[in-house]
Design a protein around this ligand. Structure first.
Ligand code: GRF
Length: 199
């Protein structure tokens, strides 16, 4: 059974969607650790209620690479095959990238390369796009720049606010993240340049 670690900073609805898929037999994987960089992350409580291993490694006042080194140390004995960022609001840091090359995924609430970074839905509204969506991508040292594994599109409606658009996108996030994880864990893909191709 492949083992994953999920890194979060807050609500953890993507984590919950992944955990539910596993519990319902729709994703073959084991959550070896839910790791939060914030003690107040709701995801920690959800992990406890699911009976899943969880831990907080506070990052406030800790340099990115120092935090990453601590995370690598914590995760090493767990033998995880894949790290999934799910609302992890920090850069991962080089020590994690070096320890898990090509084995860290992130979900981002826009159709990358449009609107990387923060305040993503507001960026989409301000730009005036008619469609937005979400992207699952491999994590590299850039900001939301790694090869794209999966995307889903949603319409932007005239009366949308950042909140209503985020809610529509989130439904798609919960659908495609477990699918993308399944693909990557299956190993049935290859990366050619920036392209992630089946097979
Ligand atoms: C999601 O919109 C995700 O795309 C972004 O942060 C949000 C996290 O939500 N990276 P949740 O914590 O999974 O509910």
């Amino acid at each position: 059974m492949k083992r994953i670690a999920i890194l979060v900073s807050g609500r953890g609805s993507n984590f919950e969607a992944i955990a539910r898929c596993i519990r319902e037999g729709r994703l073959e994987a084991q959550i070896a650790m839910l790791l939060s960089n914030r003690a107040d992350a709701a995801a920690l409580k959800t992990a406890a209620s699911f009976g899943l291993p969880h831990h907080c490694l506070p990052s406030q006042g800790v340099a990115t690479d120092d935090w990453a080194r601590q995370a690598v140390e914590l995760l090493a004995p767990l033998n995880v095959d894949l790290i999934c960022l799910a609302g992890f609001m920090r850069r991962v840091g080089q020590p994690l990238l070096d320890a898990y090359p090509g084995r860290i995924l992130n979900i981002h609430p826009s159709l990358l390369p449009a609107f990387p970074g923060l305040e993503v839905q507001q960026q989409a509204l301000d730009y005036g796009v008619k469609f937005s969506g979400c992207t699952v991508h491999f994590v590299d040292s850039g900001l939301d720049t790694g090869p794209i594994v999966a995307q889903a599109m949603v319409p932007v409606l005239d009366n949308d606010t950042a909140r209503t658009l985020a809610a529509r996108i989130l439904v798609e996030e919960h659908r495609i993240y477990p699918q993308a994880i399944a693909l990557v864990l299956s190993g049935k893909y290859r990366v050619e340049g920036r392209r992630v191709l089946a097979g």
